[in-house]
Design a protein around this ligand. Structure first.
Ligand code: PLP
Length: 370
C-alpha cells in the first residue's frame, strides 16, 4: 500500500531512442495550465492557433489540418479510414514495421491491399510504385512512410509523389518521425493525407496526432457512399468541432492541446530552416563519432533524427542498452523485427537533438564498448 501511495517520482532520462524525445520544461508547464472546457471560447481560440501553427510546420495551406486525439497510430487510422471504403484498392509501401502497419490498418477497414516491398533498410524505388499502379489502375491511395523508424531510413518522396498523382491516386504519407525534424513539404509534393505524432521531433508527450488533408482528399471524403469505418476517427464529424460549427464530438484532450501549441510555437520561433539544419549538423557529428567507434549504419539513406547502426559482433545488445540506462540515464532503442538484437536506434529528435547529448552518448558508448 505504501508504494501505491508514494509520491510520483519518475527518473530523469536523456531520451535518445526512437521516441518519445525529451520534453522541455516550457511544454511541461503548458500541460500544467488550468484545464478549461472543450467548448470554452478561450479553448476554441487556442485550437485555432494550434491549427495555424500546425499548417506552418506541415508547410501547407490545407484548411483541413487538425490534431486527432490519440497517438501517431490514430493519425494513421484517421487518414486511412476516412479515405478508404470497403473494397477500395490501396497500395502500401513496406520497408519496415510502419509501412506494414499501414497495410494492416487498410486491410482492417476493408481495403484490398497491394504491397510494394523492399528488404528492411532499403528505400522503395519509384519504378516499383509505377509498376504497382500500372498493374492496379483503379488504386485509390498509395501509403508510404517518409521516416521509417524501424530501420532509420529516409524515404525520398519527390518522384513517387509525381507518379502517384500521374495515376490519379491519393498520396498518404506517414510523417510521424519526420515532422518538425526535417522537411515535410505537404503542399510542394501535393501530399493528400499526412499524419504525425507529438512525441518525436515535436518534443511533446505522446497523445495527439497532427493530420492534414488536401482539398482533393476532402472532396473524396465528401463523396463517400458509406460511413467511415471508425466512429471515433470520423472526420465528417470531427471537422465540425474544429471548424465554425464547434459541435461536440468527443471531449478534446485540452491540456495536450496546450502542450502541442507550445511545442509548435517553439518550432516556429526557432524557424524551420534553422531547426532542420540543427538536426543535420547533430546527425553529422553523431555519425562521425559512431563511425570512429567502428559502428556502421544500416540504411542506405539515414534519417538525420534516427540513427540505426549495427550492434558489433560479440557485443550483448541488451546489456549495453541496460548500462546506458542505469549508469548514464540514456535511453536508446533496440532493433525491431529482423533487426532484433542486431541494431541500435539512436534518436536525435527535437529537444534531445543537442551537441551535449551527442557528446554524452559518444563518450558513454566509448566507455562501455572499450
Ligand atoms: N509511424 C511511424 C513511422 C512511427 O515511428 C510510429 C511510432 O513510433 C508510428 C507510426 C505509430 O505512432 P504511435 O506509437 O505514436 O502510435
Amino acid at each position: 500500500m505504501s508504494d501505491l501511495l508514494s509520491k510520483l517520482d519518475p527518473p530523469q532520462r536523456v531520451l535518445m531512442g526512437p521516441g518519445p524525445s525529451d520534453v522541455p520544461a516550457r511544454i511541461l508547464n503548458a500541460l500544467a495550465a488550468p484545464t478549461i472546457g472543450h467548448l470554452d471560447p478561450a479553448y476554441l481560440q487556442l485550437m485555432d492557433q494550434t491549427r495555424q501553427l500546425m499548417r506552418q510546420v506541415f508547410q501547407t495551406e490545407n484548411e483541413m489540418t487538425l490534431a486527432i486525439s490519440g497517438t501517431g497510430s490514430a493519425g494513421m487510422e484517421a487518414c486511412v479510414t476516412n479515405l478508404i471504403e470497403r473494397g477500395d484498392r490501396m497500395i502500401a509501401c513496406v520497408s519496415g514495421v510502419f509501412g506494414g502497419r499501414m497495410a494492416d490498418v487498410a486491410g482492417r477497414y476493408g481495403a484490398s491491399v497491394d504491397l510494394v516491398e523492399v528488404p528492411w533498410g532499403e528505400a522503395i524505388r519509384p519504378e516499383q510504385v509505377e509498376a504497382a499502379l500500372k498493374a492496379a489502375p483503379q488504386t485509390k491511395a498509395v501509403g508510404i512512410v517518409q521516416a521509417e523508424t524501424s530501420t532509420g531510413l529516409l524515404q525520398p518522396l519527390d518522384e513517387i509523389a509525381e507518379i502517384v498523382h500521374a495515376h490519379d491516386a491519393l498520396l498518404v504519407v506517414d510523417a510521424v518521425t519526420s515532422l518538425g525534424g526535417m522537411e515535410v513539404p505537404v503542399d510542394r509534393l501535393g501530399i493528400d493525407a499526412c499524419f504525425s505524432g507529438t512525441q518525436k521531433n515535436l518534443s511533446c508527450p505522446p497523445g495527439l496526432a497532427p493530420v492534414t488533408f488536401s482539398q482533393r482528399a476532402v472532396e473524396i471524403m465528401d463523396r463517400r457512399k458509406s460511413k467511415v469505418g471508425s466512429w471515433y476517427l470520423d472526420l465528417s464529424m470531427i471537422r465540425n468541432y474544429w471548424g465554425s460549427d464547434r459541435s461536440y464530438h468527443h471531449t478534446a484532450p485540452i491540456n495536450m492541446t496546450y502542450a502541442l501549441r507550445e511545442a509548435l510555437q517553439i518550432i516556429v520561433e526557432e524557424g524551420l530552416v534553422a531547426r532542420f539544419e540543427r538536426h543535420q549538423a547533430m546527425h553529422r557529428r553523431l555519425r562521425a563519432g559512431l563511425e570512429a567507434l567502428g559502428l556502421t549504419y544500416i540504411p542506405q539513406h539515414s534519417l538525420p533524427n534516427l540513427n540505426c547502426v549495427r550492434v558489433p559482433d560479440g557485443v550483448d545488445d541488451a546489456a549495453v542498452r541496460r548500462q546506458l540506462l542505469t549508469e548514464y540515464g540514456i535511453e536508446i532503442g533496440a532493433g525491431l523485427g529482423p533487426f532484433k538484437g542486431t541494431a541500435w536506434r539512436i534518436g536525435l529528435m527535437g529537444h534531445s537533438c543537442t551537441a551535449r547529448n551527442v557528446t554524452l552518448i559518444l563518450a558513454a558508448l566509448e566507455t562501455i564498448l572499450r
